[in-house]
Design a binder for this molecule. Sequence first.
Ligand code: PAF
Length: 289
Amino acid sequence: MRIERELAGLRAATGAWRAAGQRIGLVPTMGALHDGHLALVAEARRQADVVVTSIFVNPLQFAPTEDLDRYPRDEAGDLAKLAAAGCDLAFLPTPAVIYPPGDTCVIDPGAKPGSPAEGWEGDARPGHFRGVATVCCKLFMMAQADVAVFGEKDWQQLQVVRRMVADLLLPVTIQGLATVRDADGLAMSSRNQRLSGEERGQAAALPALLARCGEALAAGQPVEAALAEGRAALAAAGFTPDYLALVQPASLKPWPVGQVGAARLLVAARLGDIRLLDNIPVLVPSARG
Ligand code: PAF
């Protein structure tokens, strides 16, 4: 596996692949790789001829109060996993490569009303999606990617990236991949490493309670009642819920009362000082009775 840290080396590799008619798949990551990331690499391999994985802990998507310094890092372990997974090129830029000194441009995915960046993570982490959109746009262009693969675990992020690609007319296809879960159902996340043993045991209740709420909604329980019960159940299981919300899958707007069809149920909840995210699809039926 080739390892590049500078734009020139990345461009030389991807330029040669493109000239040879090969499709380039990109998996953007922040490292601390787990099986969820490796599933993204496998999907990129299915979608493209060559796979580039970026590892960059993006300072622009962390608020000053957030855990940038505590974000887990394991470069040697990550590179070994990527090589074993059949990644062709690992791109590990420094902040100065992504954000040239003196830079002044960012992408604001919430610049116009109606953006999928509004609400939920957008409220909990002001500026977060500006950082995500900016780095993803740069990585797409730097890698000359034909397709970029993102996990559905960060559902709102996936919708923000899709909207940005459509709005900026970027020549890349965004491919989502179903959330990869541990055996007990917890969605894989680099942040799970920071749960204590006891918290890790408790954390399995999150996907279970999310599924229970989803079943109640799919069985026709009124949305507000099902969400209120779900929030109470999360609190009783030791979580501090940030939100539990039923939304329209692409716009992230709250699910309209009485609407029938495919919705997304989102949750963000804290366990100790770790914030866990998850989401599932829900088919909302017509009202009972
Ligand atoms: O999901 C992540 O790991 C990050 O938000 C991403 C997409 C790599 C951008 O930094």
